[in-house]
Design a binder for this molecule. Sequence first.
Ligand SMILES: Cc1cc2nc3c(=O)[nH]c(=O)nc-3n(C[C@H](O)[C@H](O)[C@H](O)COP(=O)(O)O)c2cc1C
Length: 410
Amino acid sequence: MTNLDRCYNIFDLREAAQRRLPRGIFEYVDKGTEDGISLEENRAAFQRIKLRTCFLNDWSKRDLGTEIFGSRINLPFGIAPTGSAGLMWYQGEIELARAAADAGIPLTLAMGALTSLEEITQAVPDSRKWFQLYPWEDQEGNYEMVARARDLGWEALVVTIDHAPGRGREHNERNGFSFPFTPNMTAALDMAMHPGWMWRVLRKYLVNEGMPTNANYPARYRHSIIDGKKRVRPKRFEAMTWEHVRKLRDFWPRKLIVKSILSGDQARAAVDAGADGIVVSNHGGRAFDSAVATIDILPEVVEAVGSRSTVMLDSGIRRGSDILKALALGARMVLVGRATLYGTACGGQAGATRAIRILADEMERAFGYVGVRRVSEIGPHIFAQREPRMAGCAQTAQILGISEAIGGSA
Ligand SMILES: Cc1cc2nc3c(=O)[nH]c(=O)nc-3n(C[C@H](O)[C@H](O)[C@H](O)COP(=O)(O)O)c2cc1C
């Protein structure tokens, strides 16, 4: 296992993950789409924002927790759905779920996960669990999966809506990666050059449960390179409209979250269709390479629906201060994707916990620098500059009911 104590930040975990994973799998996790512009811009946009320091406000009693959908989480972030934690580590999704449960934060299980809803429920029965759906043309298939999450009592359904046009991930074509694995020489050589991963991860699956596949898919879509069945691929739902979101709303009894929102108009449409929450997300720069950075569009979304929806954000979170910036612009919490995947690749549950701890410690330090003690004290007053792009901040503060600037720094 990687020496986690020597991974001081998320970038160290990333480097260690790169050493451990076959190239195709690492690039699948790490890269963006097309030219990687949206991926870079997610980071650059956070880095452009500077914060105002504010000391000597008695910072001794602080609390990083917050409330989401009426109950407390210990940190203002959760785990984003990623369909590959199970390739980072043997039963990586269970490891990640345990780390999230121990930290007291929500886990979103991707529909494409290698671990079933039932196994996750068994591993972490009392934690907050959300299930993510990419709607297919096959409605029966969609509802079959959603019904399983419903019957297991999962808290929220996250519907990702950026799926229909497909992805431009040229690197996957080049390095031969696909999942479920398909036989090809490039991928086979890549794996052969990573015997450690083959031994620790693939061998354990083969010995214990067989070739890994998408565990939550209905049986007709669940297959692997060695089961000899004809490959049936579910079709992306190109004809999907908000009407279909409304139908899911009627079917799903608990919280409904729509993910992939990048404008005020789409946010309004999601809330009108019955969403309780939305995730401002460009899929971590993995979907549309001309997409706006999420932190740049967040004020528009908060202005549109902040008073009637739980607005969350993801894409590009690598430092605790990024989380603070998103909260100051009106997000109630954020989701992290790659940060905890890198951690899981380095040490399973312990690695994911390390990633969560790094972000929490950095965020706590950032709280201290800007002079806030709890999430409810965070607001636009923490920004150093009054830039035009922050013009919506006063309104954001009003929407969120932040009336008082801390430490007289408004
Ligand atoms: C390897 C990987 C797989 C992902 N799989 C899914 C998925 O199955 N469903 C989904 O809605 N988002 C998926 N995402 C996107 C994440 O939910 C999230 O939007 C993104 O990772 C956030 O950006 P970050 O990685 O910079 O934190 C995936 C992201 C990664 C890195």
